[in-house]
Design a binder for this molecule. Structure first.
Ligand code: NAD
Length: 283
Protein backbone atom coordinates (compact mmCIF):
# COMPACT_ATOMS: atom_id res chain seq x y z
CA UNK A 1 0.00 0.00 0.00
CA UNK A 2 1.14 3.52 -0.78
CA UNK A 3 1.99 5.67 2.24
CA UNK A 4 -0.60 8.36 2.92
CA UNK A 5 0.35 12.05 3.16
CA UNK A 6 -1.94 15.07 3.55
CA UNK A 7 -1.39 16.53 0.07
CA UNK A 8 -4.80 15.48 -1.27
CA UNK A 9 -6.76 15.68 1.97
CA UNK A 10 -10.06 17.56 1.61
CA UNK A 11 -9.87 17.75 -2.21
CA UNK A 12 -12.93 16.88 -4.29
CA UNK A 13 -13.06 14.47 -7.22
CA UNK A 14 -15.46 13.19 -9.86
CA UNK A 15 -14.71 9.78 -11.38
CA UNK A 16 -16.77 8.74 -14.42
CA UNK A 17 -16.95 4.99 -15.00
CA UNK A 18 -16.15 4.81 -11.27
CA UNK A 19 -18.22 1.64 -10.90
CA UNK A 20 -15.76 -0.23 -13.16
CA UNK A 21 -12.69 -2.21 -12.17
CA UNK A 22 -9.86 0.28 -12.85
CA UNK A 23 -11.69 3.47 -11.93
CA UNK A 24 -13.33 1.83 -8.92
CA UNK A 25 -9.81 1.14 -7.63
CA UNK A 26 -8.82 4.74 -8.41
CA UNK A 27 -11.88 6.08 -6.55
CA UNK A 28 -11.00 4.00 -3.50
CA UNK A 29 -7.36 5.13 -3.54
CA UNK A 30 -8.28 8.81 -3.78
CA UNK A 31 -10.70 8.37 -0.87
CA UNK A 32 -8.00 6.59 1.16
CA UNK A 33 -5.90 9.75 0.73
CA UNK A 34 -8.70 11.94 2.10
CA UNK A 35 -10.33 13.02 -1.18
CA UNK A 36 -14.14 13.38 -1.22
CA UNK A 37 -15.16 11.33 -4.24
CA UNK A 38 -18.26 11.50 -6.44
CA UNK A 39 -18.35 8.02 -7.96
CA UNK A 40 -20.29 8.09 -11.23
CA UNK A 41 -21.42 5.10 -13.22
CA UNK A 42 -23.97 4.42 -15.91
CA UNK A 43 -25.62 2.08 -13.42
CA UNK A 44 -25.83 3.77 -10.03
CA UNK A 45 -25.76 0.42 -8.19
CA UNK A 46 -22.21 -0.23 -9.48
CA UNK A 47 -21.07 3.15 -8.21
CA UNK A 48 -22.84 2.49 -4.90
CA UNK A 49 -20.83 -0.71 -4.39
CA UNK A 50 -17.61 1.30 -4.66
CA UNK A 51 -19.00 3.97 -2.33
CA UNK A 52 -19.92 1.29 0.24
CA UNK A 53 -16.32 0.02 0.17
CA UNK A 54 -15.00 3.56 0.60
CA UNK A 55 -17.31 4.27 3.53
CA UNK A 56 -16.43 0.95 5.19
CA UNK A 57 -12.83 2.24 5.30
CA UNK A 58 -13.92 5.60 6.74
CA UNK A 59 -13.72 7.58 3.47
CA UNK A 60 -16.16 10.15 2.06
CA UNK A 61 -17.98 9.40 -1.19
CA UNK A 62 -21.37 9.39 -2.86
CA UNK A 63 -22.77 7.58 -5.89
CA UNK A 64 -24.49 9.05 -8.93
CA UNK A 65 -25.70 7.62 -12.21
CA UNK A 66 -24.15 9.29 -15.24
CA UNK A 67 -24.27 8.11 -18.84
CA UNK A 68 -21.50 9.97 -20.69
CA UNK A 69 -23.33 9.39 -23.99
CA UNK A 70 -26.28 11.50 -22.81
CA UNK A 71 -25.80 15.24 -22.39
CA UNK A 72 -28.85 15.50 -20.10
CA UNK A 73 -27.49 12.77 -17.84
CA UNK A 74 -24.09 14.51 -17.54
CA UNK A 75 -25.73 17.86 -16.80
CA UNK A 76 -27.91 16.31 -14.12
CA UNK A 77 -24.91 14.63 -12.49
CA UNK A 78 -22.94 17.89 -12.64
CA UNK A 79 -25.75 19.72 -10.82
CA UNK A 80 -25.76 17.08 -8.09
CA UNK A 81 -21.96 17.32 -7.78
CA UNK A 82 -22.18 21.12 -7.46
CA UNK A 83 -24.61 20.76 -4.56
CA UNK A 84 -22.31 18.32 -2.78
CA UNK A 85 -19.11 20.28 -3.57
CA UNK A 86 -20.22 23.95 -3.41
CA UNK A 87 -16.60 25.19 -3.17
CA UNK A 88 -15.71 23.59 -6.49
CA UNK A 89 -14.09 20.56 -8.03
CA UNK A 90 -10.37 19.73 -7.86
CA UNK A 91 -10.03 16.46 -9.82
CA UNK A 92 -11.88 14.91 -12.76
CA UNK A 93 -11.07 11.36 -13.86
CA UNK A 94 -12.63 10.46 -17.22
CA UNK A 95 -12.78 6.69 -16.80
CA UNK A 96 -15.96 5.73 -18.67
CA UNK A 97 -15.02 3.75 -21.75
CA UNK A 98 -14.95 0.37 -23.38
CA UNK A 99 -15.17 -1.58 -26.58
CA UNK A 100 -17.95 -3.44 -28.43
CA UNK A 101 -17.75 -6.23 -31.06
CA UNK A 102 -19.83 -4.11 -33.47
CA UNK A 103 -16.85 -1.78 -33.89
CA UNK A 104 -14.21 -4.50 -34.39
CA UNK A 105 -13.30 -6.87 -37.19
CA UNK A 106 -13.28 -10.58 -36.36
CA UNK A 107 -9.88 -11.20 -38.02
CA UNK A 108 -6.51 -9.49 -37.68
CA UNK A 109 -5.82 -9.43 -41.44
CA UNK A 110 -8.17 -9.10 -44.39
CA UNK A 111 -8.18 -11.86 -47.03
CA UNK A 112 -10.25 -11.67 -50.15
CA UNK A 113 -12.02 -14.99 -49.38
CA UNK A 114 -13.48 -13.43 -46.19
CA UNK A 115 -15.98 -11.65 -48.42
CA UNK A 116 -17.68 -15.02 -49.06
CA UNK A 117 -17.59 -16.15 -45.42
CA UNK A 118 -20.66 -15.19 -43.36
CA UNK A 119 -18.80 -15.96 -40.10
CA UNK A 120 -16.13 -13.36 -40.76
CA UNK A 121 -16.75 -9.70 -39.91
CA UNK A 122 -14.56 -7.63 -42.18
CA UNK A 123 -13.77 -3.94 -42.23
CA UNK A 124 -16.49 -3.62 -44.87
CA UNK A 125 -19.12 -5.07 -42.51
CA UNK A 126 -18.64 -2.51 -39.73
CA UNK A 127 -21.76 -0.42 -39.29
CA UNK A 128 -22.11 3.29 -38.75
CA UNK A 129 -24.01 2.57 -35.54
CA UNK A 130 -21.31 0.31 -34.08
CA UNK A 131 -18.46 2.62 -35.07
CA UNK A 132 -20.19 5.69 -33.67
CA UNK A 133 -21.17 4.00 -30.42
CA UNK A 134 -17.61 3.05 -29.47
CA UNK A 135 -16.08 6.29 -30.72
CA UNK A 136 -18.67 8.36 -28.88
CA UNK A 137 -18.28 6.40 -25.65
CA UNK A 138 -14.51 6.73 -25.51
CA UNK A 139 -13.91 10.12 -27.15
CA UNK A 140 -17.05 12.27 -27.30
CA UNK A 141 -18.17 11.07 -23.84
CA UNK A 142 -14.84 12.20 -22.38
CA UNK A 143 -15.01 15.59 -24.07
CA UNK A 144 -18.64 16.16 -23.03
CA UNK A 145 -18.02 15.14 -19.41
CA UNK A 146 -14.99 17.43 -19.32
CA UNK A 147 -17.01 20.37 -20.66
CA UNK A 148 -19.62 19.92 -17.96
CA UNK A 149 -17.49 19.10 -14.89
CA UNK A 150 -14.50 21.33 -15.65
CA UNK A 151 -16.77 24.40 -15.33
CA UNK A 152 -16.62 23.68 -11.60
CA UNK A 153 -12.81 24.10 -11.68
CA UNK A 154 -12.73 27.43 -13.49
CA UNK A 155 -11.76 30.51 -11.46
CA UNK A 156 -10.05 28.55 -8.68
CA UNK A 157 -6.51 28.63 -10.14
CA UNK A 158 -6.35 24.88 -9.70
CA UNK A 159 -7.71 21.77 -11.34
CA UNK A 160 -6.67 18.37 -12.61
CA UNK A 161 -8.18 16.35 -15.43
CA UNK A 162 -7.02 12.77 -15.98
CA UNK A 163 -8.12 10.92 -19.09
CA UNK A 164 -7.78 7.19 -19.61
CA UNK A 165 -5.97 6.29 -22.81
CA UNK A 166 -4.78 2.86 -23.94
CA UNK A 167 -1.87 1.04 -25.58
CA UNK A 168 -4.14 1.04 -28.63
CA UNK A 169 -3.59 4.81 -28.98
CA UNK A 170 0.09 5.10 -30.00
CA UNK A 171 -0.18 2.12 -32.35
CA UNK A 172 -3.57 0.48 -32.88
CA UNK A 173 -4.32 -3.06 -31.77
CA UNK A 174 -5.61 -5.30 -34.55
CA UNK A 175 -9.39 -5.71 -34.87
CA UNK A 176 -10.48 -2.92 -32.49
CA UNK A 177 -10.83 -0.08 -34.98
CA UNK A 178 -13.11 2.48 -33.38
CA UNK A 179 -11.72 2.00 -29.86
CA UNK A 180 -8.17 2.58 -31.11
CA UNK A 181 -9.11 5.71 -33.05
CA UNK A 182 -10.99 7.07 -30.06
CA UNK A 183 -8.14 6.44 -27.62
CA UNK A 184 -5.68 8.08 -30.05
CA UNK A 185 -8.12 10.99 -29.99
CA UNK A 186 -7.91 10.96 -26.18
CA UNK A 187 -4.13 11.47 -26.30
CA UNK A 188 -4.60 14.34 -28.73
CA UNK A 189 -7.42 15.86 -26.65
CA UNK A 190 -5.23 15.60 -23.54
CA UNK A 191 -2.58 17.76 -25.22
CA UNK A 192 -5.13 20.16 -26.65
CA UNK A 193 -6.87 20.69 -23.32
CA UNK A 194 -3.59 21.06 -21.42
CA UNK A 195 -2.68 23.98 -23.67
CA UNK A 196 -6.16 25.49 -23.72
CA UNK A 197 -6.55 25.51 -19.92
CA UNK A 198 -2.95 26.34 -18.95
CA UNK A 199 -3.68 29.98 -17.99
CA UNK A 200 -6.33 28.73 -15.53
CA UNK A 201 -3.76 26.36 -13.99
CA UNK A 202 -5.95 23.39 -14.91
CA UNK A 203 -3.60 20.54 -15.77
CA UNK A 204 -4.64 17.73 -18.07
CA UNK A 205 -2.82 14.42 -18.38
CA UNK A 206 -3.69 10.85 -19.33
CA UNK A 207 -2.83 7.40 -18.07
CA UNK A 208 -2.44 4.67 -20.70
CA UNK A 209 -2.88 1.28 -19.07
CA UNK A 210 -1.30 -1.71 -20.76
CA UNK A 211 -3.33 -4.90 -20.50
CA UNK A 212 -5.32 -5.33 -17.32
CA UNK A 213 -7.75 -8.17 -16.71
CA UNK A 214 -11.15 -6.56 -16.17
CA UNK A 215 -14.78 -7.37 -16.84
CA UNK A 216 -14.68 -5.80 -20.34
CA UNK A 217 -11.87 -8.02 -21.63
CA UNK A 218 -11.81 -11.14 -19.43
CA UNK A 219 -13.54 -13.32 -22.03
CA UNK A 220 -11.07 -12.14 -24.71
CA UNK A 221 -8.00 -12.83 -22.59
CA UNK A 222 -8.82 -15.98 -20.61
CA UNK A 223 -10.37 -19.29 -21.58
CA UNK A 224 -12.97 -20.83 -19.30
CA UNK A 225 -10.28 -22.88 -17.54
CA UNK A 226 -8.28 -19.67 -16.80
CA UNK A 227 -5.53 -20.31 -19.35
CA UNK A 228 -4.49 -17.66 -21.90
CA UNK A 229 -6.30 -17.29 -25.22
CA UNK A 230 -4.15 -16.98 -28.36
CA UNK A 231 -4.58 -13.20 -28.18
CA UNK A 232 -3.51 -12.91 -24.56
CA UNK A 233 -0.54 -15.22 -25.19
CA UNK A 234 0.53 -12.73 -27.85
CA UNK A 235 0.03 -9.81 -25.44
CA UNK A 236 2.13 -11.41 -22.71
CA UNK A 237 4.87 -12.26 -25.21
CA UNK A 238 5.01 -8.54 -26.16
CA UNK A 239 5.03 -7.40 -22.52
CA UNK A 240 8.61 -7.58 -21.19
CA UNK A 241 7.35 -7.85 -17.60
CA UNK A 242 5.37 -10.94 -18.71
CA UNK A 243 2.13 -10.35 -16.85
CA UNK A 244 -1.16 -8.48 -17.00
CA UNK A 245 -1.47 -5.28 -14.99
CA UNK A 246 -3.27 -5.20 -11.65
CA UNK A 247 -5.51 -2.22 -10.81
CA UNK A 248 -3.11 -1.19 -8.02
CA UNK A 249 -0.33 -0.78 -10.63
CA UNK A 250 -2.08 2.42 -11.74
CA UNK A 251 -2.39 4.06 -8.36
CA UNK A 252 1.09 5.55 -7.94
CA UNK A 253 0.77 7.31 -11.30
CA UNK A 254 -2.72 8.49 -10.35
CA UNK A 255 -1.49 10.00 -7.07
CA UNK A 256 1.52 11.61 -8.72
CA UNK A 257 -0.61 13.28 -11.41
CA UNK A 258 -3.31 14.45 -8.99
CA UNK A 259 -0.86 15.90 -6.46
CA UNK A 260 -0.03 19.53 -7.25
CA UNK A 261 3.08 19.36 -5.05
CA UNK A 262 4.50 16.43 -7.03
CA UNK A 263 3.39 17.16 -10.61
CA UNK A 264 2.41 20.85 -10.59
CA UNK A 265 4.41 21.56 -13.78
CA UNK A 266 3.34 18.38 -15.61
CA UNK A 267 0.59 18.83 -18.18
CA UNK A 268 -0.31 17.43 -21.60
CA UNK A 269 1.31 14.00 -21.26
CA UNK A 270 0.12 10.41 -21.44
CA UNK A 271 1.88 8.09 -19.01
CA UNK A 272 2.11 4.44 -20.11
CA UNK A 273 1.66 1.93 -17.28
CA UNK A 274 2.24 -1.16 -19.35
CA UNK A 275 5.06 -3.43 -18.13
CA UNK A 276 7.21 -2.25 -21.06
CA UNK A 277 4.71 -3.11 -23.85
CA UNK A 278 5.14 0.23 -25.64
CA UNK A 279 8.93 0.17 -25.42
CA UNK A 280 9.28 -3.33 -26.85
CA UNK A 281 9.87 -3.69 -30.58
CA UNK A 282 9.05 -7.40 -30.52
CA UNK A 283 12.61 -8.60 -31.20
P1 NAD B 1 -14.79 -1.69 -16.82
O1 NAD B 1 -15.73 -2.23 -17.84
O2 NAD B 1 -14.67 -2.38 -15.52
O3 NAD B 1 -15.08 -0.15 -16.57
C1 NAD B 1 -15.62 0.71 -17.54
C2 NAD B 1 -16.69 1.53 -16.90
O4 NAD B 1 -17.25 2.42 -17.87
C3 NAD B 1 -17.83 0.67 -16.37
O5 NAD B 1 -18.16 1.08 -15.06
C4 NAD B 1 -18.97 0.98 -17.33
O6 NAD B 1 -20.25 0.89 -16.73
C5 NAD B 1 -18.64 2.41 -17.69
N1 NAD B 1 -19.39 2.85 -18.86
C6 NAD B 1 -19.60 2.18 -20.03
N2 NAD B 1 -20.40 2.89 -20.82
C7 NAD B 1 -20.70 4.03 -20.14
C8 NAD B 1 -21.48 5.17 -20.42
N3 NAD B 1 -22.15 5.30 -21.57
N4 NAD B 1 -21.56 6.15 -19.50
C9 NAD B 1 -20.90 6.04 -18.34
N5 NAD B 1 -20.15 4.98 -17.99
C10 NAD B 1 -20.06 4.00 -18.90
O7 NAD B 1 -13.38 -1.65 -17.56
P2 NAD B 1 -11.99 -1.04 -17.12
O8 NAD B 1 -10.98 -1.92 -17.74
O9 NAD B 1 -11.93 -0.76 -15.66
O10 NAD B 1 -11.98 0.33 -17.97
C11 NAD B 1 -11.76 1.62 -17.42
C12 NAD B 1 -11.11 2.49 -18.47
O11 NAD B 1 -9.79 1.99 -18.73
C13 NAD B 1 -11.82 2.52 -19.82
O12 NAD B 1 -11.76 3.82 -20.36
C14 NAD B 1 -11.01 1.55 -20.66
O13 NAD B 1 -11.13 1.81 -22.02
C15 NAD B 1 -9.63 1.85 -20.13
N6 NAD B 1 -8.60 0.83 -20.38
C16 NAD B 1 -8.71 -0.44 -19.89
C17 NAD B 1 -7.69 -1.34 -20.14
C18 NAD B 1 -7.72 -2.75 -19.64
O14 NAD B 1 -6.81 -3.51 -19.96
N7 NAD B 1 -8.69 -3.13 -18.84
C19 NAD B 1 -6.57 -0.97 -20.89
C20 NAD B 1 -6.50 0.34 -21.38
C21 NAD B 1 -7.52 1.23 -21.12
Amino acid sequence: MITINDNLKGKTAVVTGGGGVLCGAMSMELARHGVKVAVLSRKEENAQEVVNEIKKDGGEAFALSCDVLEQASITKAAEAVKQQFPDGLDILINGAGGNHPDASTSEEYFMQEHLEDPDVKTFFDLTEEGLKHVFNLNYVGTVMATQEFMKQMVGRDNGIVINISSMSAPSPMTKVLSYSSAKAGIDNFTQWLAVHMAKENIRCNAIAPGFFLTSQNRALLLKEDGSHTARSGKIISQTPMERFGKPEDLLGTLLWLTDEKMSGFVTGITVPVDGGFMAYSGV
